[in-house]
Design a protein around this ligand. Structure first.
Ligand code: ADP
Ligand code: MG
Length: 429
């Protein structure tokens, strides 16, 4: 692993109550996702259907979703391995949600190793640095994710079935995935296989009883670490594989509806007045969630568009994409908005505008590819969560651990794999 940070810096504002706050927040999100996928079914959302008209990639995902809806297929066992990302806004002193990932939430493995590394370094050098390793909270992301996958596998109830990890053809984050699969095997005795979408198309079939067979092995759980980006679908073969898996009775992590719930458009729709109320009853839960929402607007909102044109530095323009490197900032926002207006309004439905969050920058040491540099840096906190349900029985619904990513404050984007940030740890003060 070439990404690590050597020293901790004290982060004011991230007090010990953080864990409680985030646990509460996570529970609400999980409940909401459940109700979101179940009752909203996405197809009822008019915004979702407009997105369908203009964004070819989301449109194909929605096509698969519609096909599955038409067959009245029930999804008894549902597994979600999610990560909700936050930034601490310096002025509001509040954690605002950046996005909710419902597919391929990465780094449960490496984030735990980095926390261990930091604790270890502090144990060795903490006296000189006046740091205490007990203030780095334990990170259980990888073991809890392995537990969730094993519990799902158990619900499927076929001892010879495997967990199938869907991977990219050129996988750069394989060690994170291998670490998770190693725990799955060593702690829970569950075997896993790694397949690309093209391999699944070539080797996969759905038997009359609904079982998914890939390379002759029955698949209990399909764990997606690919399939969230148009680049993952270079031909019809990959799309066939996605549909095949969805048609089977294997547990999909995530199912197509869960995948779609994580789109930025849905995030923006949920932030509208009275929308959360459709999915949650408890007023406290609603209030806690709403407090995490930054300003989010669609491009039909003329006031928001006008403000973004005048002061683009206070906004982020986001297309319906995942995986880093797609967002639009600064003067490019103005140019893109003008272009979208000229092209006609249909295309604009695929974008959302978001209030830009400004975390407090502090001096940090960042190590990438063995080279250490000192710079002003800001951090993004991800909270992992697992949700497992079999019919009416909720089996797991909990926060699982954290991911701290730190990047130089002058960089707009934040992905580690995308090359913008480094892995980090929390230090409670
Ligand atoms: P992706 O699906 O590509 O990960 P994100 O919404 O997480 O999309 O945005 C990518 C990165 O851009 C984030 O990790 C964060 O560093 C930065 N970012 C996104 N939204 C905001 C925002 N509202 N304010 C400040 N930075 C943001
Ligand atoms: Mg992100």
């Amino acid at each position: 692993m070439s990404l690590k940070r050597l020293m901790m810096r004290q982060r004011r504002g991230l007090g010990p109550s953080l864990a409680t706050f985030l646990r509460d927040c996570w529970r609400s999100w999980s409940m909401m996702l459940w109700f979101g996928a179940l009752s909203m079914g996405l197809s009822s959302g008019t915004r979702a259907s407009r997105t369908k008209e203009v964004d070819a990639f989301t449109s194909r995902l929605l096509d698969i979703h519609s096909k599955i809806l038409e067959t009245n297929k029930t999804e008894d066992i549902r597994l979600g391995l999610h990560r909700s990302d936050y930034m601490l806004d310096a002025e509001a002193n509040l954690l605002f949600q950046i996005e909710l990932n419902t597919i391929s939430s990465s780094f449960p493995g490496l984030s735990c190793l980095v926390s261990e590394l930091h604790r270890n370094l502090i144990n060795h050098y903490g006296k000189d640095l006046e740091l205490d390793s007990r203030r780095v909270p334990g990170n259980t992301a990888v073991s809890r994710y392995a537990e969730a996958l094993a519990k799902a596998w158990n619900e499927y109830n076929n001892s010879s079935a495997v967990v199938m990890v869907v991977v990219q053809t050129e996988e750069h984050n394989m060690y994170d995935q291998h670490w998770l699969c190693t725990l799955l095997r060593e702690i829970h005795g569950v075997a896993s296989v790694r397949k690309t979408l093209a391999e699944i198309d070539a080797e996969g079939q759905v038997l009359p009883d609904g079982n998914l067979l890939v390379g002759g092995q029955t698949v209990a759980v399909v764990y997606f670490r690919a399939g969230y980006s148009p680049n993952d679908y270079p031909s019809q073969s990959e799309w066939r594989a996605r549909l095949l898996m969805e048609q089977s009775n294997a547990i999909k992590c995530p199912s197509i509806s869960y995948h779609l719930v994580g789109t930025k458009k849905i995030q923006q729709e949920l932030a509208k007045p009275n929308v959360l109320e459709r999915f949650l009853e408890n007023e406290d839960d609603i209030a806690k969630l709403r407090k995490c929402f930054a300003g989010l607007w669609n491009l039909e909102n003329a006031d928001a568009v006008k403000s973004a044109m005048e002061r683009p530095e206070f906004f982020v323009l986001k297309p319906q994409r995942e995986g880093g490197g797609n967002n639009i900032y600064g003067d490019n926002i103005r140019e893109t908005l003008i272009r979208l207006q000229q092209d006609g309004s249909e295309q604009a439905a695929a974008y959302i505008l978001m209030q830009r969050i400004f975390p407090k920058a502090s001096l940090a040491y960042l190590v990438r590819k063995g080279i250490c540099r000192q710079d002003h840096a800001i951090s993004e906190l991800g909270i992992y969560g697992a949700y497992l349900r079999n019919k009416d029985k909720a089996i797991m619904n909990d926060q699982c651990g954290y991911l701290m990513r730190t990047k130089v404050s002058s960089s707009n984007e934040g992905g580690v794999a995308a090359g913008f940030a480094v892995l980090d740890s929390i230090y409670l003060t």
